[in-house]
Design a protein around this ligand. Sequence first.
Ligand code: KIV
Length: 259
Amino acid sequence: MNKKINKILNKKNKSKVICLTAYSKNVASILDKYCDLVLVGDSLGSVLYNYRSTKEVTLETMISHSKSVRLGVKKSLMVVDMPYNTYRNPKEALKNARLVMKKTKCDAVKLEGGKKIIHIIKFLVRNKIPVMGHLGILPQTEKKFTYKGKKVSEQNRILKDAKLLETAGIFSVVLECIETKLAKKITEQLNIITIGIGSSANCDGQVLVIDDLIGLSQSKFRFVKKYANINQIINSAVKKYKFEVLKKRFPKAKHSFNN
Ligand code: KIV
């Protein structure tokens, strides 16, 4: 098994697994210093391209951003989201996953879903593609963006899905907006790593979209904590730049070339 995956698996019940999303090199190289896992999420569809849903994200877009992220990620495990409609059957999934891994040199791919895609995940793992799962809110196909695990029947289904995914050979699973006690139960009953987003501190690790964490996006999700206001910093820098150009204070001689 990939050494980086083993390192993450070894953190179970010992230390939290730190994950963030990245969509480009410069940000990725900062995250790489602090993260165990960097995810090129298809959330880039809404965050960068204003798509109404991640359904619109293409394989080409994911590959292009992932190539950029690869330049910044040296030590962390790099995972790339397989976009919607790129893993409808085992053959299609393997062809596309191989393409993503070959072009981006990522360490693993992430697929959304439980029981419905178990045969696809098994096929990928059998063909040596490391896979991360994703349960709870599934943005690619979701109809109702509310937290999961309200009803006992839903709790049982999600727990069963998590166990099935583990048996299929995934090394980790993202739990998106799963009720607190259910997240605890899943984390306790699985040997693989659970990564929460909006799923309480009861997971083995946490992930957030970097643009949300640094305050670059305008998102107001309950599960996001803004650790900085980069929006404000960029605003004041650009405002100052505009002022200095208008007043002819920039560029100075030291920024120019003189014979
Ligand atoms: O697409 C994404 O960024 C994700 C994370 C939020 C887990 O799937």
